[in-house]
Design a protein around this ligand. Structure first.
Ligand SMILES: [Zn+2]
Length: 718
């Protein structure tokens, strides 16, 4: 049976190393790709270890993020965030992501140390004596942990139980929200007996596999608790191979339990787990999209820089198409030859077997039957290859990821009469001026509810007008408007939904940060002294601070006692130092030293494209003669058009510097205690302490500013 698979379908397994080479939609009539990360499918790999499943899922074209409390950078295979899931606030973020629909599938592999049956195996010493094995921490009577446990053992069990309880909460939520999950643990693990795994939701079922059938070297019986069926995860040992023994073994010169060396999933198992998720997601109408070129790479290409190696987009896929073949009881050929046996003989000659998985299905009489599902890649003929290649356009010659609203503006400027452009601009300006007038009462009312210092900073800015412009421009960053309450310096930053997800949890809680204030207050003096060695820099920074005091950008100066009474003794200073930058000396406040930045949890990864984006947009404008607008509004490049003599051929640029960008925005009043700058001047003994009332460059504020700038770009009138 040969099923034809559409070209460009997700490939499940390419034997090649590295990222999957898939045909990204060929840039024929130079299609402009959208920058949005929406539409991608996210697998959350909780307790990811070396992130094998994360890596395998990414290869299939999905997005995946591993979470684990230890990240070994040398061994990790995919993207992992270092997160301690024993902490309530980190658990909370995961639950929130599930609730908010940000996660499409969940892999769970809770740590198994305390539940391992290996603890019950006696150890045989060098001379044949039995030695005491580590004490079993759980048993059938006390699966949640033996009550007699003390010290380290008791703590280990308590922490493991915390994680099991969290695992169960994730499982319950996945079942409620129909998010496919797989929870992996050894079949005989005590974990399954614990109270956390009783009365599971009705939709849950167990599938058992022997890892030797998935690349493992030992006969490891693994149970997979899941809320869907995966027919490729049912294989048990066929006894056609040998196994390595269990017990204590030498590993890198140390005697360890073989269970621990076998804890990392073999790569074939990772691939089958990932493909089980992919198949299930496909059934849920969430197909995995082949990985497209990253936004940063697209922007660089748009600026005329050719990416190297694997970063370059694949223009011609290795295969013309793929076919799926189901067989049973016969060997699967690696390549199709003239004499290949049934049922493979219908596939074009030389086609290559890309992947093969074994599934257990019910036969005609209800008996269990193994079938092999293999995918073959069919090559192009040399003629087909040539014909296809001639239709391609060099990626450097097509618009790459230019902002849609900019493209719209560029094409309109190209096509409209000058007078039409002028009247469009006038109308738009008039519209917003009128809107500003009609919003003025509302604006006043809105401001009445704002903090005084925030109000002072935002004075003269028409906030509600900006909000409406963001809506009109479809900025889509719903929480952006919260900036009118001021920027946070501590705690959890809210998402914009515009950047890729990346969990970077806080290292300390705000409470812990508050407790560290005594220490920070004592240390600040010597800390300031250290950065005042260069008298010229110190003087310049001091003068700048004085100027900011005059301008009202910072308040003060205050004495330590004044701040103590203002903030009930709890405030954290940040030293101000100077850096020479292009002949100028710039003042920078260090929010890291006393851990303010560490209290920030962020859940997105900022993508800054910098000058590449500017050059890319300029290039698109200068080549706009070739831009073609389709009836559905999409843009393409048509090289058959004449390069007309538009004024954009001699495009002039002007940099509009947002004057002291950060200072245009206010700091949130709740973070006043953590926004105190300290500066020692060479002749003073006590540091100058001032309160920052405007937004300053900190870990948290860069994200906000980038979001602000990006929305501002979308709103700008052309
Ligand atoms: Zn086996």
């Amino acid at each position: 049976m040969v099923e034809d698979f559409a070209e460009g379908r997700v490939c499940f397994d390419d034997n090649a190393e590295g990222p999957l080479h898939e045909e990204t939609s060929p840039i024929q009539v130079g299609e402009v790709k959208n920058s949005s990360t929406k539409g991608s499918v996210l697998l959350l790999d909780i307790f990811s270890g070396t992130a094998g499943v994360t890596a395998a899922f990414t290869q299939l074209g999905g997005e995946a993020l591993g979470l684990d409390h230890v990240v070994d950078k040398n061994r990790v295979k995919g993207p992992v965030s270092k997160v301690d899931l024993c902490k309530a606030q980190n658990q909370q973020i995961v639950m929130q992501w599930l609730d908010e629909g940000k996660v499409d599938a969940v892999m769970l592999a809770p740590p198994c140390g305390t539940s391992s049956r290996a603890r019950e195996i006696p150890i045989i010493g060098k001379n044949g004596q039995r030695r005491r094995a580590p004490q079993p921490l759980r048993n059938s009577k006390w699966p949640d942990g033996r009550p007699s446990l003390k010290g380290l053992d008791a703590m280990k069990v308590r922490l493991a139980n915390k994680l099991y309880s969290f695992t169960r909460r994730v499982i319950d939520r996945c079942c409620e929200l129909s998010i496919p999950f797989i929870c992996e643990h050894p079949q005989r693990s005590w974990m399954w007996e614990t109270s956390f795994f009783q009365s599971l939701p009705a939709i849950c079922r167990f599938q058992c596999i022997h890892s030797c059938m998935y690349g493992g070297r030992r006969l490891k019986k693994t149970a997979l608790l899941m809320n869907f069926t995966a027919r490729n995860l049912l294989l048990t040992c066929d006894n056609k191979h040998s196994h390595l023994p269990w017990g204590k073994t030498l590993h890198k010169g140390k005697s360890v339990f073989s269970t621990s060396t076998e804890a990392e999933y073999p790569w074939p198992l990772c691939k089958q787990l990932a493909s089980a998720f992919a198949l299930q997601l496909q059934q849920l109408n969430k197909p995995l999209q082949p990985a497209t070129t990253g936004m940063d790479v697209s922007q660089r290409m748009g600026a005329g820089v050719q990416p190297r190696g694997k970063l370059s987009p694949l223009l011609v896929a290795e295969f013309k198409c793929k076919v799926l073949v189901t067989s049973s009881g016969v060997a699967v050929p690696r390549e199709i030859a003239a004499d290949t046996h049934a049922p493979f003989q219908g596939i074009p000659l030389s086609s290559k077997c890309i992947s093969s998985r074994t599934e257990i299905v019910n036969g005609d009489n209800g008996e269990k039957k193994e079938v092999q599902i293999s995918e073959f890649g069919v090559y192009r003929t040399p003629e087909e290859f040539l014909a296809f290649a001639t239709t391609l356009i060099r990626p450097l010659d097509s618009p790459q990821a230019v902002d849609q609203s900019n493209l719209r503006a560029i094409v309109s400027i190209r096509d409209w009469e000058k007078s039409e452009v002028v009247s469009f601009r006038t109308d738009a300006l008039k519209h917003y001026l009128n809107l500003a007038r009609s919003l003025s009462v509302e604006e006043q009312n809105f401001r009445a509810g704002l903090d005084d210092q925030v109000n002072e900073v935002l004075g003269g800015k028409r906030l509600l007008l900006f909000k409406q412009m963001c809506i009109d421009a479809k900025v889509g960053d719903e929480s952006l408007f919260e900036l009118t309450q001021g920027f946070r310096l501590t705690g959890t930053m809210n998402d914009s939904g515009k950047f890729p997800r990346k969990l970077k949890p806080a290292g300390i809680t705000i409470d812990q940060l508050r407790k560290s204030s005594e220490w920070a207050k004592k240390m600040i003096h010597s800390s300031c002294r250290k950065v005042s060695a260069d008298a010229e820099v110190a003087e310049a920074v001091y003068q700048e601070t004085q100027q900011q005091l005059q301008d009202g950008w910072v308040k003060g100066p205050f004495s330590g006692q004044q701040l103590d009474s203002k903030f009930s003794g709890c405030w954290i200073p940040s030293k101000r130092f100077g850096v020479r930058q292009g002949g100028k000396i710039r003042a920078v406040d260090d929010f890291s030293e006393f851990l303010i930045n560490m209290s920030v949890t962020s859940t997105e990864k900022l993508a800054l494209y910098g000058i590449d984006e500017v050059v890319n947009t300029a290039r698109a404008f200068m080549c706009s003669s070739f831009l073609h607008v389709s009836s559905d509004g999409s843009y393409a490049v048509d090289w058959n058009k004449d390069p007309s003599n538009g004024p954009w051929l001699s495009l002039k640029c002007r940099a509009l510097d947002l004057k002291a960008a950060y200072k245009q925005l206010a700091r949130h009043p709740c973070d006043a205690w953590a926004s105190i700058l300290a500066k020692v001047w060479w002749s003073t003994t006590n540091p100058l302490l001032c309160l920052l009332v405007r937004c300053w460059l900190s870990c948290a504020s860069t994200g906000w500013l980038e979001r602000f700038a990006s929305s501002w770009q979308s709103c700008s009138l052309w």
